[in-house]
Design a protein around this ligand. Structure first.
Ligand SMILES: [Zn+2]
Length: 83
């Protein structure tokens, strides 16, 4: 089983595993975590995008939208007060 740390941070793009059945080296990240030849699933590999990477862009966008909303609100109130 993959640890919580691996699930959150990912096991990295550079991780390569050698299939013990057909001696084929592959990157689990790009093959859905399984061997492309026989479907063998290595232990401790997280094939999905790490939680940190998925969260980052969402949080950045959320913060940006909130900041833009506040700035727009201030501008509208400012313009309304001057009119
Ligand atoms: Zn294999």
């Amino acid at each position: 089983m993959s640890s919580l740390k691996d699930r959150v941070l990912g096991t990295g793009d550079g991780v390569r595993v050698r299939c013990e059945f057909d001696d084929w080296e592959f990157s689990p990240r790009f093959t859905d975590g399984v061997c492309p030849l026989c479907g063998w699933r290595p232990e401790g590999i997280v094939e999905e995008t790490p939680l940190v990477q998925r969260m980052d862009w969402f949080m950045v966008m959320l913060v940006a939208v909130v900041i833009v909303s506040i700035v727009m609100g201030i501008l509208v109130i400012h313009a309304y007060a001057q009119a």
